[in-house]
Design a protein around this ligand. Structure first.
Ligand code: COA
Ligand code: MG
Length: 404
């Protein structure tokens, strides 16, 4: 595991277990502290170990939008993973979750210390905004960044803003940096003083269940009885990839103050940690990207594709975004406003595709009634997997239309 040895996150004080179950938390060395509490006073609440969440009651309220979308984003993946098919994907509880759907097609980073860029968000209609305190912010600006979050969210949510209904996420520094708890403390102080709350937290450089457990524990001191926050985790190292399913499972069932919403692939950190080189074709990343989609899908959450750093080449961006959509990603990280419409269009199904999918679903239902599982439709053999893909398209279209 040469790459892992080179990874800076390896320097974390938390022991990384090669084989992860869901019960290592009591041994996790916690470095977080509340506003008034010293680390020595802390202990891991036993309730952290219990999968006690009531999903349907877990909502963050802001205006009319509900960022409960992680379900949504992937009730369809639940369908694929469980094989429940038509009935479960359209019926009962899943139906009500879908109504809370919120797309995450373009996920745009904004350095939280940069007032000009924060103001610029008010002119951009983008699904998700990540106010960054991590790698997009210089070390000597991190304090400004963490203290600016409340004002940044309040500005971006102004009634006259194009981004008023965007999802506002805060990317803190990773557990291995030793800065995460300070970030959280200042973020929530700053949000309190502006009367706002982030819609979600993004945790970078996640390599183990313990990283998520530490964030969950820190939140227990900063958010008290508030409902769980949607969580974006970044998979961006070989260890993070190897442990991804356990991390996702824990972040979905084992946390108290968080619930997993999305897995975000950090390509540049990943390549740095394995000593790889990025090429135009991206062949060196294809397998790992597909693995991220698979694990996110198995855990019923969104998968967000890598950044395209050449923000002036929008043609190449469109090709990369189309490729990501074909691979099963639900959205893509962007770094510049010009990338937003290109990416959002690439991750939206075309009218023709929606019509095709609707016709296919009708035809499938018709053939089911006459007892035919597989049948020929517009020159192609159709069976259940194709039906599920068609349902994804119709669902995504319906949910985007009702949220935008
Ligand atoms: N969010 C909001 N506004 C942005 C923006 C962003 N990420 N990137 C650029 N803008 C704004 C600029 O402020 C400028 O608006 P203005 O004229 O009103 O000030 C406009 O968009 C055009 O910007 P441009 O001059 O083309 O780019 P730049 O040189 O200002 O910035 C980057 C280029 C790459 C430094 C900038 O896009 C950026 O910081 N991106 C985020 C990087 C990041 O967070 N990386 C970490 C995650 S991978
Ligand atoms: Mg990174």
């Amino acid at each position: 595991m040469a790459g892992a040895v080179r990874s800076p996150v390896h320097r974390t004080a938390i022991a990384v277990r090669p084989v992860l179950g869901l019960l290592p938390l009591r041994n996790a060395a916690c470095t977080c502290q509340s506003r008034d509490q010293q680390p020595s006073q802390l202990s891991t609440p036993s309730s952290n170990l219990a999968p006690s969440r009531n999903f349907t009651s877990c909502t963050t309220s802001r205006k009319t939008r509900n960022s409960d979308s992680w379900f949504s984003n992937h009730s369809m993946h639940h369908t694929m993973a469980t094989g429940d098919g038509v009935a479960s994907s359209n019926g009962g509880g899943e139906g009500s979750r879908r109504s809370l759907f919120f797309p995450r097609r373009a996920v745009m980073y904004v350095p939280a210390c940069d007032e000009r860029k924060v103001l610029k968000t008010t002119t951009i209609s983008v699904d998700s905004i990540i106010f960054d305190i991590e790698d997009g912010v210089a070390a000597n600006k991190k304090d400004v960044a963490r203290k600016s979050i409340g004002a940044a969210i309040a500005t971006s949510r102004r009634d006259d803003s194009q981004s008023s209904l965007s999802e506002h996420v805060v990317r803190v520094n990773g557990v291995g940096s030793g800065l995460m708890n300070l970030d959280l403390r200042e973020v929530f102080r700053s949000c309190d003083s502006h009367g706002v709350s982030p819609d979600a937290i993004m945790l970078p450089k996640v390599e183990s269940v313990e990283h998520v457990a530490e964030l969950d524990l820190c939140l227990s001191f900063h958010r008290l009885s508030l409902p769980p926050l949607p969580l974006f985790i970044m998979a961006e190292s070989p260890l993070g990839l190897l442990h991804l399913h356990h991390i996702c499972h824990f972040a979905t069932h084992g946390t108290r103050h968080l619930r997993l919403a999305a897995v975000v692939f950090g390509s540049d950190d990943y390549l740095a940690s394995i000593g790889g080189v990025r090429t135009d074709s991206g062949a060196e990343l294809a397998a790992v990207r597909q693995a991220v989609v698979g694990v996110a899908s198995a855990n019923g959450v969104a998968a967000i594709d890598m950044v395209s750093t050449n923000f002036s080449d929008l043609t190449a961006l469109r090709e990369q975004a189309d490729e990501g959509a074909r691979m099963g990603f639900n959205g893509k990280q962007v770094i510049h406003p010009a990338q937003v419409p290109v990416v959002q269009e690439a991750f939206s199904p075309s009218e023709e595709r929606v019509e095709w999918a609707s016709r296919l679903i009708s035809a499938f239902n018709h053939h089911q009634h006459s007892g035919q599982g597989a049948f020929v439709y517009e020159g192609h053999m159709i069976d259940r997997p194709l039906l599920l893909q068609a349902q994804n398209i119709v669902s995504l279209h319906g949910n985007q239309s009702s949220n935008k």
